[in-house]
Design a protein around this ligand. Structure first.
Ligand code: UD1
Ligand code: UDP
Length: 384
């Protein structure tokens, strides 16, 4: 047998872990590959939740997280850790995901070591340097460093083509988030927080964490949510609060001590996906949640002014509502009262994947290294 392709998979935060886990598991079970899992632990508890769910044991754990960490401290520590891991392992390829500072720094390190870099979830763009911050620049820089591009949709491929990235090395794969959803959602699901909720009430699931929303925008959104809850008796909020100290403080100050607002610790991904399924709609500034909720037929009010996920807006599943309180109140009330709008948003098609993204990615890697023995995988033919 030919020598296995040594793939070093690097991730550090919750969303990267959730979206890389299906790929890591596929790589480990395919004898064309030898997989080395490296975690930076830019997140600690929220990363470990995902590693436990998917039973992934990393070979390297840089354990870098510190309280209210700065972007430069993350970058420095990841670069140092990667020097060691790459020098020990000499991988054939490094894979990173999306737009975090872990992904940018690990990508930069792989370039410094002249190791080919594969970018999972390549080509997303808002074209606004500070929105989301620092993610928009992180993903542009990772795409500049990359050799192989796994674009989730045709639109993300088009963005890369416009920037003159080599078209032959761009593969449209669908998003691995949808692969993960296939494993997590169950019919007979229950959770402690559901026991506390009146079964006749509608659940609104909230998450909010982005750096550019911390401070005033977040404060305004939380106050608007609180007013709507006060005015409408048959709704309850579930908000698993991100562990970022700035977010935790504000959420508890404004939304704490209300019997119909349930502030809870971050959920593991199985719980979170199942709670999406049981919610009436979602309010979020998260990237990943914008992809997951439409595939579970749940409308999403996006608490941002821009999105790199325009497919969901075009399909009608997502609505960009920003953070101005009047607008947040208006949009919540509309979705709670206008049955037609609710129906249109919840029935919109899911443009983000068919659950086979990881298969396409590993087949594309095999093709890249040995095109004579591995066919080029077909592109994901998603809509929009
Ligand atoms: C990071 C990513 C963001 C991603 C988000 C997903 C960057 C710059 N930001 O933002 O793109 O959307 O993760 O959640 O890469 N903390 C804990 N425990 C944890 C996780 C975080 O205590 O398990 C606290 C720490 O005090 C940490 C702070 O949260 O310093 C912020 O974490 P950080 O990764 O810097 O930023 P996020 O907002 O989580
Ligand atoms: N998620 C989770 N538990 C939670 C909230 C979110 O597992 O309490 C999952 C969610 O299903 C999605 C991912 O975390 O897959 C999104 O992560 P986050 O919002 O932190 O980051 P982003 O996607 O914005 O980068």
């Amino acid at each position: 047998m030919e020598k296995a392709i040594k793939v070093m998979t690097v991730f550090g935060t919750r969303p990267e872990a959730i979206k890389m886990a299906p790929l890591v598991l596929k790589l480990k079970n395919d004898n064309r590959f030898e997989e080395i899992t490296v975690v930076t632990a830019q997140h600690r508890q929220m990363l470990d939740q995902v590693l436990n769910v998917f039973k992934i044991k990393p070979s390297y754990d840089f354990d870098i997280m510190s309280k209210s960490q700065s972007l430069s401290s993350i970058t420095n520590k990841v670069l140092t850790g990667m020097d060691d891991a790459i020098e020990q392992e000499h991988p054939d390829i490094v894979l990173v995901h999306g737009d975090t500072t872990t992904s940018f720094s690990a990508g930069l390190s792989s370039f410094y070591h002249k190791i080919p870099l594969g970018h999972v979830e390549a080509g997303l763009r808002t074209w606004d340097k500070y929105s989301p911050y620092p993610e928009e620049m992180n993903r542009q820089m990772v795409d500049d460093l990359a050799d192989l591009y796994f674009a989730p949709t045709t639109r993300s491929k088009d963005n890369l083509v416009k920037e003159n990235h080599p078209v032959h090395n761009i593969f449209v794969t669908g998003n691995t988030a949808i692969d993960a959803l296939r494993e997590t959602v169950r019919d007979n699901y229950n959770h402690d927080v559901l026991q506390k909720i009146n079964p006749n009430h509608r659940i609104i699931l909230v998450t909010m964490h982005r750096r550019e929303n911390q401070g005033k925008p977040m404060e305004r959104v939380f106050k608007a949510i609180k007013e709507v809850v006060d005015g409408i008796p048959d709704i309850e909020i579930i908000y698993p609060v991100h562990l970022s100290p700035r977010v935790e403080k504000l959420a508890h100050e404004i939304l704490g001590n209300d019997p119909r607002i349930h502030l809870i610790k971050p959920l593991d991904v199985v719980d979170f996906h199942n709670l999406i399924k049981r919610s009436y709609f979602i309010m979020t500034d998260s990237g990943g949640v914008q992809e997951e909720a439409p595939s579970l037929n749940k409308p999403v009010l996006v608490l941002r002014n821009t999105t790199e996920r325009p497919e969901g807006v075009a399909s009608g599943a997502l609505k960009l509502i920003g953070t101005e309180p009047d607008n947040v109140r208006k949009e919540m009330l509309e979705l709670l009262t206008d049955k037609l709008e609710y129906h249109i948003m919840s029935e919109a098609s899911n443009p983000y994947g068919d659950g086979k993204a990881s298969d396409r990615i590993i087949n594309a890697i095999a093709y890249y290294f040995d095109p004579d023995h591995n066919p080029r995988p077909d592109d994901f033919a998603g809509v929009l």
